[in-house]
Design a protein around this ligand. Structure first.
Ligand code: TXA
Ligand code: MG
Length: 320
């Protein structure tokens, strides 16, 4: 198992030596490597069993720092960056020659993000390179929102997990592309699209996410973020007369179902707040997945704010 600690110097030493370190962010834990070290970056793909065609996100402590490495925010991204970075938003922009194609999976664009976590921002400050970091889970499974989650799944394959507590946002970052004149949404995530639309003054198209197989983001539409247990999106009350009701798990927004066994239910937000629900979602999926249930029923969430991203993740988890 990996060492777990909160020593950024230890984490920096491992990264400097070409090793992988799991890092906390406000969204989910990342699996970080020196982005300039191709051998280290290739280890990310190996540890996650990630398809080589799926590009990684570059993380740095500031956009000024990224400019040192030849990466610039386009004009129409600057207001968003000022308002929401550090935070759960990722910008896909033209890549610079310094960034290995191993990071971008051969693309001429690169995804960049400034994560909002004090420990990781400190770590990124004391190293001389950006880190490439996907979520620190085996490809296809639920993303980790605690150091423990990381350790359970890939702890035997990495040296160090920088423990920064539970992730506050709990969903991966919202990804926007700026490589064409019109801003394009590539992934729903921890920053609500209404907030983004208010800044850019135009509507984002979420239908293209669901209808198109997006070649730039493989895995985005297929089964992803998924527990091993079958997951169904629906109304739990339709299942109360099922013979095996004791073997059914429930994920609900803000209620418990007295008609069903309480022990297999997770109410994500008794405060009725979608942000609370998002922060608790992945831990709930993992918990229920470990109970060896026959299936899990998740309510459909309200189609606003983070509810859109929660529904997106539930939908991907439900694909069999
Ligand atoms: O919140 C997050 O974004 C987390 C934390 C660790 O920062 N990271 C994360 O990384 O979710 P990952 O690898 O699980 O998802 C990155 C997504 C992939 O679906 C990938 O296709 C997309 O970003 N992506 C990366 N570079 C891209 C590019 N150049 N063009 C289009 N999509 C890109
Ligand atoms: Mg991921």
């Amino acid at each position: 198992m990996a060492d777990i600690g909160s020593n950024i110097q230890v984490a920096a030493n491992f990264l400097n030596n070409g090793n992988l370190v799991a890092i906390p962010t406000e969204t989910v834990y990342g699996l970080a490597a020196n982005a300039f070290n191709k051998e280290a970056v290739s280890q990310i793909y190996a540890v996650k069993n990630r398809p080589q065609i799926n590009p990684l996100i570059l993380h740095a402590n500031s956009f000024e720092r990224l400019e040192d490495w030849g990466i610039y925010l386009p004009k129409n991204a600057i207001k968003l960056a000022e308002k929401f970075s550090p935070g759960p938003i990722t910008f896909v922009v033209p890549k610079s020659a310094k960034i290995p194609y191993m990071v971008t999976a051969g693309h001429e664009s690169v995804a960049i993000r400034i994560p909002k976590h004090p420990l990781t921002l400190e770590l990124l400050k004391i190293i001389d390179f950006p880190v490439a970091a996907p979520s620190a889970n085996p490809s296809g499974y639920i993303s980790p929102t605690s150091a423990q989650h990381v350790n359970e799944q890939i702890g035997s394959k990495i040296n160090y997990i920088l423990d920064g507590g539970n992730c506050q946002v709990g969903l991966e970052s919202t990804i926007l592309s700026f490589v064409e004149p019109k801003v394009k949404l590539l992934r729903l995530g921890g920053l609500a699209i209404e907030e983004i639309e208010a800044v850019i003054g135009e509507k984002l198209d979420i239908n293209t996410l669901q209808n198109n197989e997006n070649p730039l983001a493989p895995g985005m539409l297929s089964r992803h973020y998924a527990p091993k247990t079958k997951l169904i999106i629906g109304n739990p009350l339709e299942f109360i007369h099922t013979a095996n009701v004791n073997n059914i798990g429930v994920i609900s927004f803000n209620q418990t179902y007295k008609q069903m066994p309480i022990v297999n239910q997770i109410c994500l937000a008794s405060d009725n707040n979608l942000q609370t629900a998002a922060a608790n979602l992945y831990a709930a999926m993992r918990y229920l997945d470990n109970l060896n249930l026959e299936f899990i029923i998740a309510e459909k969430f309200p189609e606003i704010g983070l509810g859109l991203a929660i529904n997106d993740r539930l939908k991907r988890a439900s694909i069999s």
